[in-house]
Design a protein around this ligand. Structure first.
Ligand code: BES
Ligand code: MN
Ligand code: MN
Length: 439
């Protein structure tokens, strides 16, 4: 990276652009404007777009050096997760610090630091007159919050694009860059159970009245995985088994047991470690993320809440599974008890390995890095990817994070050297996409 660029990234990281609650809208605005400034200084155009009062989108254009060039969208998100308990951070989350070759900061890997080299590669190619594709920059500020602005923008943009590049994912390992061809979707639900108007004395009323925590726990049980670790057929509807060729390609990657051991996790079942790639890439899963209710004293809780998520495998329909989740939850609610369910959806995605954009990017990353590029699936979700796919835009999902970057947790970090590695790969992808067949 050019001198001064690391400081520029640090400046971006210093803005606490938290979208997951408790963030200051002015900081989100500042982080968006900061990104727009980078594009403008490279000679491009950039503006902020706000849709239905959401966090601003950064929409930019960097023009190709020739007529009739393909159009490539580059996407990243400037919003970050809440940093969580500050005393768990070795250095403050919004004061980037370099330690042992890693940049520590909230957003260092997810996604400012991961996306920045892609933005930089496009800006520098544009400035030197070498950019062979039109680049449309889309940077959103609601990715971590399940916001709808970017989906609305993609659906409304009649111009379309020949492909999109999303840098918000990870390498397979430090010796293996990757393109993430599969991402899971998500049905996230906040559930509120109300048994009666107020908490009651558990001696005077307990045994004769409904307990909201009991009801909540009971309605969640049918959604849990069985003893083999599988969800029920209703929640698995539409999940497509991976092809023999894909299963074979996974055999060449690091064993799943190792990936669980790396984070000191306890496997769900005897073979969920060795089956990790299929389970997290091609199967849905259900998690209770949070539960609240009652108090550590003798009360019958009147109200209880839970936040739960079903991750969807490629092939599954988010609205269909949402309806199933609601049906399963409501089925177990006793007469007289009220339930409210508020859900948000993200559609899963899967791209064919032989799509021209994916094949071109894979070769480009291998050339620029000198390492063989793997095609992998991630169990995580990047909602906009399915929105691009629905608009007929193939998506190259990549990035240079690692499994131990601790995204969403305290002490998030990004390997310093991966900024250069990523920029080299991004530059090579953009140059190679000149050969992309156009609509
Ligand atoms: N960048 C992550 C997802 C990710 C991480 C994909 C690593 C591939 C590899 C993204 O910012 C994220 O956290 N997404 C949320 C989406 C949710 C709020 C709908 C997720 O997966 O929980
Ligand atoms: Mn991200
Ligand atoms: Mn994230």
């Amino acid at each position: 990276m050019q001198p001064g660029r690391l400081e520029e990234l640090y400046e971006w990281l210093r803005i606490p652009s938290i979208s997951t609650g408790g963030g200051d809208p002015a900081d989100l605005q500042r982080a968006a404007e900061f990104a727009a400034g980078i594009i403008r200084r490279a000679g491009g155009e950039a503006e902020l777009a706000t849709i239905n009062g959401g966090n601003p989108l950064v929409i930019g254009e960097l023009r190709a050096n020739s007529e009739a060039a393909p159009t490539v969208i580059i996407y990243g998100h400037y919003d970050v997760q809440d940093p969580g308990p500050l005393d768990a951070w070795k250095s403050p989350p919004f004061e980037p610090e370099l330690r042992e070759g890693r940049i520590y900061a909230r957003g260092a890997a997810d996604d400012k630091g991961n996306f920045y080299p892609l933005l930089l590669a496009a800006c520098e190619l544009a400035q030197s007159g070498e950019l062979p594709v039109n680049v449309r920059v889309v940077i959103e500020g609601e990715e971590e919050a399940g916001g709808e602005s970017v989906a609305a923008w993609v659906a409304a943009d009649q111009r379309g694009a020949d492909c999109a590049i999303v840098f918000d994912s990870a390498m397979e390992d430090q010796q293996t860059p990757a393109i993430t061809i599969g991402l899971r979707g998500c049905v996230s639900s906040m559930i509120t159970v109300k048994a009666q108007p107020r908490d009651l004395h558990s001696g005077l009323y307990g045994g004769s009245v409904q307990n909201a925590l009991h009801v909540l726990q009971q309605i969640l049980v049918p959604l849990l995985a069985d003893s083999e670790g599988n969800l029920c057929d209703e929640l698995r509807a539409g999940a497509e088994p991976p092809s023999a060729a894909e299963l074979e390609s996974w055999e060449k990657l690091r064993p799943g047991q190792e990936m669980l051991a790396e984070v000191a996790a306890t496997p769900l079942t005897k073979n969920s470690g060795e089956d990790f790639r299929r389970r997290n890439g091609a199967e849905p899963s259900f998690e209770v993320n949070w539960i609240e209710g009652g108090a550590p004293r003798t009360v019958v809780p009147a109200q209880a809440r839970a936040y739960v998520t079903v991750r969807l495998a490629p092939g599954q329909d988010a609205e269909q599974i949402e309806a199933e989740v609601h049906r399963m939850l409501r089925r177990g609610v006793p007469d007289g008890v009220e339930i409210e369910i508020d859900s948000h959806l993200a559609t899963p995605s899967l791209f064919a390995a032989d799509l021209p954009a994916i094949a071109i990017a894979r070769d480009a990353i291998s050339r620029a890095s000198g390492m063989e590029t793997a095609l992998i699936r991630s169990g995580g979700s990047i909602p906009v990817v399915a929105d691009f796919a629905a608009a007929g835009i193939p998506v190259i999902v990549s990035g240079f994070g690692l499994a131990d970057d601790e995204i969403h947790a305290p002490n998030e970090s990004f390997v310093l050297d991966h900024l250069d590695l990523s920029e080299r790969c991004a530059r090579e992808i953009l140059l190679a996409l000149a050969a992309l067949p156009q609509e």
